[in-house]
Ligand binder design. Structure first.
Ligand SMILES: *Cc1c(COP(=O)(O)O)cnc(C)c1O
Length: 422
């Protein structure tokens, strides 16, 4: 299969080609529920593998440090214009190598080492780069952290406001990696204004939902929008920073020359294609289907007695607390993997267990929705999860392999975008 799809690679490096082929098979046969993952289209894959790779392009369109940028400038300008149009912003920088360096550029633009910054705590659902201790952002800056309410599992905006006014941070981050509920950007906007802070909406997880109108947009409520391009937005691995005109210079200077060298032009091309795809009516349908599937899956899991952090979901992801099931998250995640269901173990808010061995798992619907699964499939997905988690508790490998067979049979009927037909 790979010999036909990747003839040069197979001839030059059959060993590596065999790994790629095995990954194609794995992605085709499994039910991928990691909420930060997706399947890019064949067009995005092609754009990301072009000769644009061969160019050095330090600088920005029309202002480069290298010659021969006639085509690269057009590629990057197209990506920028599409980002501005899709997200309704004045300015877009499409060069950050990934979400973490994009966030680092925000610090470089608006803070100095030692300044106070504020974000959601990692174990509450925030991201490492929002000032958490083990990240450079938490050691070079003074990170103060908010969480969710113990009763509701949701952000307590009064508590956020209180902390912001007490600490007056230079930067406030909203958004995270394990937040199953809608983020109120307007509420964060008025808090940041009152505290005199730069407000960053890190929408890495939900950018595709925002583009498709399935989650409110932060545009107009925040100073900077930071996002990866490879999660719900369904582009190549990369990131973008978007802002109002007043911050454009600071953001651009921070990305280059502040933090990075040459942009990854082949990735910029893939981002441009993904943004084009995300502007089509079919993507609006996709974004709403992601949410509808997540809500249906959450309802089926609740029926099966699972504990969901915050009691459900408004978006693409669900955080399951497996404490009542008697299985640690890591044990469950590994059992699910053997059953052909790919998830990640995750801390839950106020988790009594350690981050490397937490109480929960995190699941989401972006990938299965890209393959065309819909709400009528969610009861069986919930049933598989329940059987596999209970089999994990009982060390019942036979059930896991039975589920694996059922999963791969269903997935065979839903070819994955960008992958060969099996
Ligand atoms: C995924 C993610 C990032 C980091 O992106 P990488 O590309 O993995 O560096 C940053 N912030 C949030 C909220 C994320 O979900």
């Amino acid at each position: 299969m790979t010999a036909r799809r990747h003839p040069a690679l197979s001839a030059t490096d059959p060993e590596l080609a065999s790994f790629v082929a095995a990954e194609e098979t794995l992605q085709a046969q499994t039910l991928r529920l990691i909420p930060s993952e997706n399947y890019v289209s064949a067009a995005v894959l092609e754009a990301s593998g072009t000769v644009l790779q061969n160019k050095y392009s330090e600088g920005y369109p029309g202002r480069r440090y290298y010659e021969g940028q006639q085509n690269i400038d057009r590629v990057e300008s197209l990506a920028i214009e599409r980002a501005k149009g899709l997200f309704g912003v004045d300015h877009a920088n499409v060069q950050p190598y990934s979400g973490s360096p994009a966030n680092l550029a925000v610090y470089l633009a608006f803070a100095r080492p030692g300044d106070t910054v504020m974000g959601m705590a990692l174990p509450m659902g925030g991201h490492l780069t929002h000032g958490w201790g083990v990240s450079a952002t938490g050691s070079w800056f003074r990170g103060v952290q908010y969480g969710v309410s113990a009763e509701t599992g949701r952000i307590d905006y009064d508590a956020v406001r209180e902390l912001a006014l007490a600490e007056r941070p230079k930067i406030i981050f909203c958004g995270g990696t394990a937040l199953p509920r809608t983020i109120d950007f307007e509420a964060f906007g008025s808090i940041a204004k009152e505290a005199g802070s730069i407000l960053v909406a890190d929408v890495a997880h939900i950018a595709g939902l925002i583009a498709g109108g399935a989650h409110p947009s932060p545009a107009g409520h925040v100073d900077v929008i930071s996002t990866t391009t490879h999660k719900t937005l369904r582009g190549p691995r990369g990131a973008m920073l978007m802002c109002r005109e007043e911050h454009a210079k600071a953001i651009d200077k921070a990305v280059f020359p502040g933090l990075q060298g040459g942009p990854h032009n082949q990735t910029t091309a893939g981002i441009a294609v993904a943004l084009h795809e995300a502007a089509q009516p079919a993507f609006v349908t996709y974004a709403h289907a992601v949410v509808a599937n997540a809500k249906a899956l959450a309802a089926s899991l609740l029926e099966r007695g699972f504990d969901l952090v915050s009691g459900g979901t408004d978006n693409h992801l669900i955080l399951l607390d497996l404490t009542s099931r008697g299985v640690p998250g890591k044990v469950a995640a590994k059992a699910l993997d053997r059953a052909g269901i790919v998830v990640n173990y995750n801390t839950v808010p106020f988790d009594p267990r350690k981050p490397f061995d937490p109480s929960g798992i995190r699941i989401g619907t972006p990938s299965l929705t890209s393959r065309g699964l819909s709400v009528e499939h969610m009861p069986v997905v919930a049933e598989w999860i329940a059987r596999a988690v209970d089999a994990a508790a009982a060390s019942d490998e036979r059930t896991l392999s039975a589920v694996r067979g059922e999963v791969s049979e269903l997935m065979a009927a839903f070819p994955a975008p960008g992958l060969p037909l099996s």
